[in-house]
Design a protein around this ligand. Structure first.
Ligand SMILES: Nc1ncnc2c1ncn2[C@@H]1O[C@H](COP(=O)(O)OP(=O)(O)OP(=O)(O)O)[C@@H](O)[C@H]1O
Ligand SMILES: [Mg+2]
Length: 395
């Protein structure tokens, strides 16, 4: 597995052996940044697995920022280094969520022991998967298409991991159509027995779908859908988090208590919009509500769907209007999505060579890491794009 380590300043010195040790532990990509603030930018752009930071000159503010980032990037390990074993500094580091502390110059056995401890911790945490909720207050913007294809791309990028997609746009049915499955059970079976919910009960209602994605169907009848309340949604997502490395939720468009429970329970909310006035206004209103609800900016990922050259609003203008960064842009390719939908396959499977398949894989990588698996030659000259991504910003 190709892991990315970001090394701040002279955190590990300039000798080759510590770098070689990091490479031995799978950090084949090492990126050096001048300051912690620069490293934070990399963390917000890419899936960083390890951060090594010289902690002696770091301000309280920067440590607080790091603490916030670590609550979100739960997969990321952090090693602090300093010229001496300073108990005050160690305490401050631990309070900021830093797991390991090494004295410089770094003794290789200490570095090896720290990396081993970090990996054990991350492995244990992997059971505790991540939840991505896909939401748009406006219908027809592409939430279901994006949720299904993101789940499939996460599965492609994480060969061994279990991935789930949950249809919580009740009454549902659209996810089942895109995956061409006829589920025998749905989540109303869970909500009616919610007090007995455990991994076995969850497994019994999940339907295997395309390429390693497990599917939790929504009831198609409105009266069954009414029986699913916010408490049930929270409990189901918590259970899914412990069973699946990634769970992608297709949310309903209304901000009901049930939807809010799904959004509260998610690590990231993918707010879908298009570069068109009605969709942007809907996204702007939704972001206002999310901010009033106290969701941190890092939790909110604005995704522009169906990007095309004729859009009257530019991504930069959209970002200004929304007062938020655009996390990702998905190209418009109606022909590919509709052919995939007709076949009942995700785009990554049905059209692995398309630009859209490549975009879904990149989005999955940005959210969940893993290595992008280009099946066929996804995108234009995907191998060179792949190389560009993995060598980008390397110093
Ligand atoms: N990237 C894309 N390029 C082109 N067309 C797309 C793209 N994403 C989605 N679409 C199309 O947009 C339409 C709406 O998509 P989808 O059903 O996923 O949206 P939705 O927000 O879930 O809608 P609903 O309101 O029915 O829940 C569909 O026809 C779909 O094929
Ligand atoms: Mg939908």
């Amino acid at each position: 597995m190709s892991r990315l380590a970001v090394i701040v300043g002279d955190a590990i010195g300039s000798d080759a052996p510590p770098e070689q040790t990091l490479q031995r532990f799978g950090y084949s990509r090492l990126q050096r940044t001048a300051a912690l603030a620069d490293a934070m930018e990399v963390v917000s752009d890419e899936h960083v697995d390890l951060l090594v930071v010289p902690v002696e000159g770091v301000s309280e503010q920067d440590l607080a920022a790091l603490d916030r980032v670590l609550r979100r990037e739960r997969h990321m390990g952090v090693i602090a280094t300093s010229p001496q074993q300073d108990p005050q500094l160690m305490l401050r580091s631990m309070r900021a969520g830093i797991q390991e502390f090494l004295v410089r110059p770094i003794a290789l056995p200490d570095l090896v022991a720290a990396l081993e401890r970090l990996h054990r911790r991350v492995d244990a945490r992997e059971v505790n998967g991540q939840v991505f909720a896909v939401f748009s207050a406006k219908g027809g913007v592409g939430t279901t298409t994006t949720a299904v294809n993101l789940a499939s791309a996460l599965a492609a990028n994480h060969g061994e991991a279990k991935i789930a997609v949950a249809d919580m746009a009740l009454p549902g049915g659209d996810v089942a159509l895109l995956l061409n499955v006829r589920p025998a059970y749905d989540l109303s079976e869970l909500s009616s027995k919610i007090e007995r919910l455990d991994s076995e009960l969850l497994n019994s209602v999940m339907t295997p779908a395309a390429d390693g994605v497990w599917f939790l169907a929504a009831p198609e009848r409105a009266d069954s859908a009414d029986s699913v309340d916010a408490g049930a949604v929270s409990a189901i997502l918590a259970q899914m988090r412990s069973a699946y490395a990634f769970t992608v939720v297709d949310c309903e468009h209304q901000l009901t208590d049930r939807t809010l429970a799904a959004l509260d329970g998610a690590d990231r909310i993918l707010l879908l919009t298009e570069l068109k006035v009605p969709a942007l206004r809907a996204a702007q209103r939704t972001l206002g509500i999310f901010r009033r609800l106290g969701y941190p900016n890092e939790k909110l990922c604005v995704i522009v769907n169906r990007l095309q050259s004729g859009d009257v609003v530019s991504p930069a203008e959209a970002s200004q209007v929304l007062k938020a960064d655009i996390f990702f842009k998905l190209p418009n390719d109606y022909r590919t999505v509709s052919e995939a939908a007709t076949r009942g396959q995700p785009v990554v499977q049905s059209h692995p060579d398309s630009r859209l398949a490549w975009a879904y894989l990149q989005l999955a990588h940005k959210l969940g890491g893993g290595s992008i698996v280009a099946s066929g030659e996804a995108g234009n000259g995907s191998r060179s794009v792949l190389r560009q991504i993995f060598t980008r910003k390397r110093n």
